[in-house]
Design a protein around this ligand. Structure first.
Ligand code: HEC
Ligand code: HEC
Ligand code: HEC
Ligand code: HEC
Length: 130
């Protein structure tokens, strides 16, 4: 091989490798994003389609609390908190830090397992989040 064709060969190989790497990375990311956690599955089983949360927007935006509340507790975070007033050891929907305005996504996740946001700082608030 001449120097020039060797260089061409090497740069073509490199471009291919980068391409394969990027395709793999993007594919993996899309897969985790559209994977359903237990709550995502519950929503899907209840025919809550992607568009109900994400809308028709071309560019994806974070799902707002208002969107969640449009189907839960008649859009009222205080009513949601009232429905869990008796949950022990503490009402997850009302706290001294956030009142009733803690973002749903701090705990409830659609495309992965949900988390207990309070647990890191309050080991005794060991509630399970759907
Ligand atoms: C288009 C309506 C709709 C939207 C939007 C929606 N949900 Fe739901 N959600 C449902 C339905 C239907 C169910 C299953 C029936 C039920 O348990 O109420 C459900 C179930 C749930 C449950 C389990 C309730 C239980 O009693 O076990 C949680 C938690 C929940 N949704 C949180 C959320 C969060 C957080 C969001 C926003 C990211 C959201 N939902 C957006 C309709 C919706
Ligand atoms: C700090 C964590 C946390 C946040 C933030 C949070 N939730 Fe929850 N949510 C929980 C836990 C824990 C439960 C289960 C309570 C129980 O044991 O019944 C729950 C239960 C629910 C339920 C079922 C309620 C019922 O009456 O049984 C719905 C619906 C729900 N959440 C929706 C939301 C929405 C909508 C938001 C945002 C406005 C939100 N949650 C924010 C932790 C959270
Ligand atoms: C009940 C509401 C809900 C439904 C239904 C839902 N998602 Fe999501 N989606 C969310 C929330 C909330 C997040 C933020 C991360 C999380 O909770 O897992 C998210 C994150 C994402 C993301 C990454 C963040 C972004 O916007 O760039 C993608 C992509 C996505 N969802 C695609 C989908 C697709 C495709 C479907 C249908 C198969 C779907 N979602 C159904 C609520 C929903
Ligand atoms: C980053 C750490 C941190 C997180 C996360 C956190 N807290 Fe706290 N919380 C504290 C600290 C520090 C105090 C004590 C100081 C104070 O009273 O404000 C406290 C005090 C409290 C108290 C009053 C004291 C008690 O133990 O009864 C409640 C109730 C409470 N938090 C609820 C919550 C709830 C519910 C969540 C989840 C939505 C949460 N906290 C998340 C740090 C945190």
């Amino acid at each position: 091989m001449s120097d020039k064709s060797l260089r061409n060969f090497l740069s073509a190989t490199l471009a291919l490798m980068v391409g394969v790497f990027l395709a793999g990375a993007v594919g993996a990311q899309d897969a985790t994003r559209t994977t359903e956690g237990p709550l995502g599955k519950l929503h899907a089983d209840n025919r809550v389609r992607c568009v109900k949360c994400h809308g028709e927007a071309k560019k994806s935006e974070p799902v707002s609390m208002e969107t969640c509340l449009s189907c839960h507790a008649d859009g009222d975070s205080k009513a949601l908190a009232a429905s869990t007033a008796n949950v022990k050891p503490v009402n997850p929907h009302e706290s001294r830090h956030y009142g009733t305005e803690a973002d749903c996504g701090l705990c409830h996740r659609q495309h992965e397992k949900s988390v207990n946001f309070c647990l890191d700082c309050h080991p005794r608030f060991d509630f399970k989040v759907k």
